[in-house]
Design a protein. Structure first.
Length: 117
């Protein structure tokens, strides 16, 4: 049922984000959930949620090209892994996008927003 599991689900409020089929394969949509601007992506049959702001210069990542679990920033072609937000060109770098857990309940895609923020 869960596409991305987190060991601390009690630390999140899972909010409705979309319905299955709303986000096309290889695309992302921008959502505002409890003050967080989240990019919900569909890649390789799975859904992922990361911050919709590129940490380089703030571009909206949902406007970028998505392939094989990676989104490319539309401004400067920086690439970020959807599974963990890591900078794909240098995964050990501390530069990364915040990620959010995703779960599927029935046909509803839910995104976990941290309770303490």
């Amino acid at each position: 049922m869960n596409e991305k599991k987190t060991s601390n689900e009690e630390e999140y409020d899972f909010l409705p984000a979309a319905q299955m089929g709303d986000v096309e394969e290889g695309k992302g949509v921008s959502l505002r959930l409890n003050g967080h601007v989240v990019g919900l992506f569909h890649s390789n049959g799975k859904h992922f949620a990361i911050s919709d702001f590129c940490p380089h210069q703030g571009a909206q990542l949902t406007g970028g090209y998505v392939e094989d679990g990676v989104v490319m920033c539309p401004w400067h072609a920086w690439k970020f892994r959807l599974c963990d937000g890591a900078w794909a060109d240098s995964p050990k770098s501390p530069l990364r996008c915040p990620t959010y857990p995703v779960r599927i309940v029935g046909q509803e895609i839910q995104v976990g927003i941290p309770r303490d923020q």
